[in-house]
Design a protein around this ligand. Structure first.
Ligand SMILES: [Zn+2]
Length: 349
């Protein structure tokens, strides 16, 4: 599922609309405060309905106010609402449509009736608005609020991601091979040795050690800076190579291990894990710039399972073998094939 938040400004709402919305905002606040105060004072219990609410607000909006107050009360107890807070309409009680001349309008009830009001549609919200008009997406509740002299509405839309024709690119990052990459279904892979990174780390470690022994601490810190610069250059280079590799394929989507889930993989928990984290960050932002989606996948057993049959296999240095289906494969490429096949969560940064 893809969720997009849309915020739009109402286009020149009439005075009667603005008055009605202002009134709805106040009544919405009053309804929520009435519930909170009633629960705090023990006047009624949580089963309060719109029958207890004595105001002119449309009942669907009263219901939404009660729901919101319930949720706030369960989290924060006594709450003081302000009048600048939005009023909300649940998803079944508002709509987005186009008029005959193509103007996009948002319609919802407040107090007296449903009102349809044009919104300003700029490029940043054009796509989600079109999906909603075409009926290709679901919407959530609508929030309406005033900022200065202008009125705005905010809502989310949700739709299934179009994954047809995509090429999953599985990326395994590790010590022995800094990058093991598979374009799944394309029979293409890329393997980059971790030797250069290892060499850089070893070289600067021994330099640092000898400087520490000599008590030359400032020189030692300078060596640390130098090492960071070398690793950074290396990560820029590696991430560029990966993007170039991915760009050969149709609609590539890059999948990497989710670092939050890493516990068992020793490569990620070592002192040099910042090196790997940085590499992932570089890959993510370079991919975004190239218009390639990046997903983080569950890292569980990606290096222990056979990428063909899913059984637990055995690893002998670089070689992975599966006694179940007889497959033998480079161990890190087997891991990248597993990563490529996992459903991921979209990720930014
Ligand atoms: Zn197998």
């Amino acid at each position: 599922m893809v969720t997009v938040t849309v915020t739009a400004k109402f286009h020149n709402p009439s005075l009667s609309r603005r008055k009605e919305w202002q009134r709805a905002t106040r009544l919405y606040r009053d309804t929520k405060q009435f519930c909170i105060d009633g629960w705090e004072n023990g006047d009624f219990d949580k089963s309060v309905t719109t029958a207890s609410i004595d105001n002119d607000l449309y009942s669907a909006i009263q219901n939404q106010a009660i729901r919101e107050a319930k949720s706030d009360h369960s989290k924060d107890g006594a709450v003081r609402y302000r009048e600048s807070q939005p009023f909300a309409v649940n998803n079944q009680n508002w709509e987005l449509d186009t008029t005959e001349n193509g103007t996009v309008v948002v319609g919802f009830p407040c107090v007296s009736q449903w009102w349809y009001t044009p919104i300003e549609v700029y490029d940043d919200i054009a796509d989600p608005v079109e999906r909603l008009v075409e009926g290709d997406a679901d919407k959530t509740r609508l929030q309406v609020y005033r900022r200065g002299d202008d009125w705005y509405c905010t809502f989310n839309i949700e739709y299934a991601a179009d994954t047809s024709g995509e090429t999953p690119i599985g990326v395994d990052i590790g010590e022995r091979h800094i990058l093991a990459v598979t374009a799944y279904g394309e029979d293409e892979s890329m393997l980059v040795s971790g030797d250069e990174a290892k060499y850089v780390r070893r070289k600067y470690r021994s330099l640092r050690d000898s400087l520490s022994e000599a008590g030359a601490l400032r020189a030692r810190n300078r060596v640390g800076d130098k090492e960071q610069r070398r690793i950074k250059d290396l990560n820029h280079n590696l991430s560029r190579r990966l993007i170039t590799f991915a760009e050969q394929f149709e609609k590539p989507v890059i999948r990497m291990e989710d670092l939050e889930g890493i516990r068992e993989n020793s490569s990620w928990s070592g002192v040099h894990s910042w090196h790997f984290h940085q590499l992932q960050q570089f890959i993510t932002y370079k991919a975004e710039r190239a218009g390639i989606r990046v997903e983080k996948v569950d890292a569980y057993h990606t290096s222990q399972k056979c990428s063909v049959c899913g059984s637990m296999g055995t690893r002998d240095r670089d070689h992975f073998s599966c006694s179940e289906c007889g497959r033998g494969r480079h161990a890190d490429l087997n891991a990248s094939e597993n990563i490529a096949q996992r459903e991921g969560e979209p990720c930014t940064g």
